[in-house]
Every structure is written in C-alpha cells, then in structure tokens.
Design a protein around this ligand. Structure first.
Ligand SMILES: NC(=O)c1ccc[n+]([C@@H]2O[C@H](COP(=O)([O-])OP(=O)(O)OC[C@H]3O[C@@H](n4cnc5c(N)ncnc54)[C@H](O)[C@@H]3O)[C@@H](O)[C@H]2O)c1
Ligand SMILES: N[C@@H](CCO)C(=O)O
Ligand code: NA
Length: 439
C-alpha cells in the first residue's frame, strides 16, 4: 500500500469536528477505497480544551493555522476556519507557498480570492478542492469541473443556502416566526458565524459567483451580483404566493443574456408544481441548463456537519487517489490564465415575471390608477387582485399584481409612478418570478 496521506485540519467546529469523527470511524474503509490510509497529523482551533466528542490524542495541536501549515508534516491542508481575511486567507496562502494541496469549505474566501489562489496553485501543480463550499454535500463542483466539460451553459440557478430555505419552509409549514427559525438553524450548525451573511443573501452570492465562473469561464465577479435577502419576506408574502400557485425560495441565478452575464440573488417565486418548489428545509438544489446535456437538477443536503464533511472527505480522497505528476483538474474548471473578463448584464434589463404587493388606502379609483401605471409602462398583467382576507375593516387594502414577462426597468418605473400618487402605504413588495425549464 502507498504511504498514508497526511492531512492537517484547521477549524474544529461544526464541519471540522464531524470530519475528524468520520475519518477516525472509517479509517479502514477509506484506506481500501483510496489504496492508502488517510492520517490526521495536525489540527488547529481556538480552544484546545473544548470537548468535541473526538479523540485528538496523537495529533499535533497548533493554536495558529499558519503555524500548522508551516511546521506540520502534511500533504493536504484542510481549511475549515471560515472568514475571508485573517487565519483562513493566511493559512491557505502559506499552504500554496509551501507546495501543499488545499481543501476548503470556505466560499467567502474563494469568492474573494479564488482566481488568485487558482493561479498560485497552478504554478505549483497543486490542487484546491472545494466541493463543500457550494451546496454542501451535493457534488456540484465535481459535476461542473469534471463531468460536464464541453457543455455550454445557458443558466445555472438554485437554492444554495440551507439556513434561508430552512427558515422559509418552517415559516410556511409551521407558522413559526423568522427569528425562531433562524435560532434553530444556528443551533443545528447550518448558519454562518455571522448569520447576516445567510439571510441577506451574501452566502448565496459567494456560491453563485463560483458556479458562474465554472459555468461561463469568466473571472469571479462577486461584487457584480444583484443582492436581496429574505429578511423582508413576511408571512403575508408566503401565503399570497401559495394562493397564486407559487412558493418563495431564495434563489441564486446566473444566466447568459445578449448583453453579458446576469447574476442575481433574491427571494423568488417558483411555480408550486416545480421540483424546486418541493425542496424543503436545509436541502439545497442546483439546476444546470446546458446545450449537450439539457437540464440537470441536483438536490441534496446543503448544510450541517455531516453533509458538509462528506463533501470535504470526497475532496481529500480525490487527492489521496490522484497520481503524483498527473495533470490536475484546473481549480476553476479551466486554467486561471484562460478565464475571460466578466461582462455584466445590468439588472434593470432583467426580463421576467413579477409579483407586486401594494398596501393602499381604500379609495375609489386606486385600483384603476395602479392598472393604468402598469399599462403606461408597457407591463401586461397576468392578474390583479384585491382580496378581503388580506384586510380587516378600516385597514389598508392589499392589492396583488402578477405580471407577464417584462423588463425590470419598466417595473421600477411603474412602482415609482405609483409611489408618487399618494395612496400607497409603506413600501411595495416586489418579488421576481423564475420559471424552471422543465422540472
Ligand atoms: N456549517 C455548515 O453547514 C457549513 C457548510 C458548508 C461550508 N461551511 C463552511 O465551513 C467553514 C467552517 O464552518 P463551521 O460551521 O464548521 O464553523 P464553526 O464556527 O463551527 O467552526 C470554526 C472553527 O474554526 C476555529 N477557528 C476560527 N478562527 C480561528 C483562528 N483564527 N485560529 C484557529 N482556529 C480558528 C474555531 O475555533 C472553530 O473550531 C466555514 O468557511 C463555513 O462557511 C460550513
Ligand atoms: N450557512 C450555509 C452553510 C452551507 O454553506 C447555509 O446555510 O447554507
Ligand atoms: Na457541494
């Protein structure tokens, strides 16, 4: 049998502790599958004395991940610390500088520095594997980097944040409050260290930016993503969506348009009878539309210790099975030097259906005025409803519009014109509608 693959793990939280446990429990099976043992030689975390339910005896402890990389006897550095600046960034750079392969679950770090890391890795013939960074346990990175080479992608979209999907599902199915659902997601280890990244859509944006690069061969452009989170979604929106035959999901969507690549993250209404609408709780789904294969939908666990550790383990075993000196899988699907300049399609040119919920004063002519403002901006309506169950006596009236496919710019202009009429109460709610091709 070949020499053991020696790994160092920085970060022993939700993901790191699960990974250590799984590697220790399955050491024999892993050795058989890889043709060599996988040995954890070094670990690093903040608190040496914390009980993590794993046996760390015989493993060298480092307080600092950089010190681990620089001093431990390792072939692979596994970064599970999180964060963009600081220990994660410094330790990954140190590993690449020292000629050590990297496995990471850190989408925020890759969205920011992925292209630079890819260049550094490629200069030295090193691997950076990051399956856990996007859609947790779903093997979407492997599929896009390896299995779908040669396909031209037209659209990539999905539910990529387990915390948000968990919150939306429990709010809808159990009528729980947003705050209670978020607390539970944190307790279960799904949320980021700062859950604002989950609920404001940044985490989905980090993941989408990576998928966009894999799909379209363009440089990572996380700052060009249109971003809206779910903190503004109320139970009224969720109920109204259901009545109209939709469900609200936080989607990340990247698609090619005539003017460039459109990347957006926002709450989205998807048809109730679509598969993606049935994806509940912490489960994620990624849909890939391409010319050779057609439509591929991958559904599976998106967050949590074991689901994420499963992806990290797959990345480690890929390195264990790789032959020294063999051609490496390019980090970002193609050599970093061949990534194209990112051409952004402007959000105001986005074309699609819209759900618009307005709270208005109960006055004659308001309904007609709203319909007129829509028509003046060339927006054709699928439906416009004013239903009594959304109101109580003397309360403002709720009017819900669903548009046919239209331009974002037209919707913005119409909503702005309505705002000037003086009958609107509070801010209008605008939710985009996304239609899966077939599934
Ligand atoms: N939890 C999930 O479901 C999940 C899923 C996919 C990806 N991820 C990503 O995996 C990474 C880890 O997530 P987690 O949920 O396990 O986080 P966590 O907060 O549970 O664990 C982080 C670990 O890193 C250690 N750490 C933090 N800063 C350190 C430092 N400066 N020096 C040494 N150790 C330090 C902490 O002590 C802790 O052991 C993050 O990048 C996260 O985005 C998490
Ligand atoms: N916080 C992330 C972890 C998985 O990347 C989520 O909820 O999806
Ligand atoms: Na994945």
């Amino acid at each position: 049998m070949a020499d053991a693959l020696k790994i160092g793990i920085a970060g022993l939280g939700t993901v790191g502790a699960s990974l250590v446990r799984i590697i220790q429990q399955r050491s024999n099976a892993l050795a058989v599958a890889c043709g060599r043992a996988i040995t954890i030689t070094a670990v690093s975390a903040r608190n040496r004395n914390k009980d993590r339910g794993v046996d760390l005896s015989g493993i060298t402890w480092f307080d600092d991940p950089v010190a681990l990389v620089e001093n431990a006897d390792i072939d692979v550095f596994v970064e599970l610390v999180g964060g963009v600046d600081g220990a994660a960034d410094l330790s990954v750079r140190a590993a690449l500088a020292r000629g050590i392969h990297v496995v990471t679950a850190n989408k925020a770090l890759l969205a920011r520095h992925g292209v630079e890391f890819a260049r550094l890795a490629e200069e030295k013939g090193l691997l950076i594997n990051y399956e856990a960074a996007v859609a947790g346990g779903i093997p979407v990175i492997k599929a896009m980097r390896e299995s779908l080479t040669g396909n031209n992608f037209s659209r990539v979209y999905g539910i990529m944040n387990g915390t948000c999907n968990y919150i939306l599902t429990r709010m809808e199915k159990e009528g729980l409050s947003f705050e209670a659902c978020l607390k539970e997601a944190q307790r279960l280890g799904y949320a980021e260290a700062d859950p604002t990244f989950d609920i404001e859509g940044n985490d989905t944006a980090h993941k989408l930016a990576i998928l966009t690069t894999l799909a379209f061969g363009s440089e990572i452009a996380v700052d060009d993503i249109y971003l809206e989170g779910i903190s503004n979604i109320s139970i009224e929106d969720i109920n109204a969506a259901a009545e109209l035959g939709y469900r609200i999901k936080l989607l990340g969507v990247a698609q090619r348009t005539e003017t460039g690549i459109e990347q957006r993250v926002h709450p989205t209404m998807v048809p109730l009878d679509s598969v993606i609408a049935q994806v509940d709780g912490v489960t994620n789904a990624v849909a890939l539309e391409s010319d050779i294969l057609g439509e591929l939908l991958m559904v599976g666990p998106g967050a949590g210790g074991n689901a994420t550790a499963s992806a990290v383990l797959g990345d480690i075993t890929d390195i264990a099975k790789s032959r020294p000196g063999a051609q490496q899988v390019p980090v970002l699907g193609r050599p970093a030097a061949l990534l194209e300049h990112y051409r952004q399609a402007k959000m105001k040119s986005h074309e699609g259906g819209y759900f618009i919920r307005l709270s208005v004063v109960d006055r004659a002519g308001v309904f007609a005025s709203i319909a007129t403002k829509m028509a003046e901006n060339g927006i054709s309506l699928e439906s416009i409803v004013q239903r009594s169950q959304y109101t109580t006596a003397d309360a403002p009236v709720t009017i819900i519009l669903v548009t046919h496919a239209t331009m974002e710019n037209a919707v913005r202009k119409a909503v702005s014109a309505i705002k000037h009429e003086g009958y609107l109460i509070g801010e209008p709610q605008v939710i985009r509608i996304e239609r899966p091709k077939t599934v």
